[in-house]
Design a protein around this ligand. Structure first.
Ligand code: MN
Length: 195
């Protein structure tokens, strides 16, 4: 099967000024597209040819095919985790889950940013749901993805590869993380939690 670049669920300038149109032109239009193109070059004639993206990620050894498949999945999940800035509204149940783990939203965001900031080199920070319904924050390196860990359900991610923020923030990952919260799609996070 041929893998396609998913449609971005908002306009290229919709996340500005927190994430600029130019960043999305490169991050979505070039980086994400390249992972799709690479995977489509790598899989024909292999055992992965007829597998879904998720099946490839759960099957392939961690190089080449895996890296490109996982990066497609991670980026689709990341872009779907974002939305034009709105006032976040959280359900009582979801807010309770955050409060029981971190005390309040601000402390959760600080803990998440801390994990994102300490992710060495390229990688991802994730809010995940554990089997008992509790929340946790984890970090993955390079193309690694929580999709391969059946004990967690990913709810939210932040891409901390430099290509995600270098155009807007240069080396200031902390500033990118601070502004990231303006464009988090909380409705999507909750939908994944309830999923
Ligand atoms: Mn990226």
């Amino acid at each position: 099967m041929t893998h396609a670049l998913p449609t971005l669920p908002y306009a290229m300038d919709a996340l500005a000024p927190y994430i600029s149109e130019e960043t999305l032109q490169f991050h979505y239009g070039k980086h994400h597209q390249t992972y799709v193109d690479n995977l489509n070059k790598l899989v024909p004639g292999t055992e992965y040819e007829n597998m879904s993206l998720e099946e490839i990620i759960r099957t392939a050894p961690k190089w080449g095919v895996f890296n490109n498949a996982a990066q497609i999945w991670n980026h689709t999940f990341y872009f779907d985790s974002l939305a034009p800035a709105t006032i976040p509204t959280l359900s009582e149940e979801f807010l309770t889950r955050i409060v029981e783990k971190w005390g309040n939203i601000e402390s959760f965001q600080t803990a998440f940013n801390d994990v994102a900031l300490k992710t060495f080199g390229s990688g991802w920070a994730w809010l995940v749901k554990r089997a008992d319904g509790s929340l946790d924050i984890i970090s993955t390196s390079n193309a690694e993805t929580p999709l391969t860990d059946s004990s967690v359900t990913p709810l939210l991610t932040c891409d901390v590869w430099e290509h995600a923020y270098y155009i807007d923030y240069r080396n200031a990952r902390a500033k990118y993380l601070e502004n990231y919260w303006h464009v988090v799609n909380w409705a999507k996070v909750e939908e994944r939690y309830n999923g």
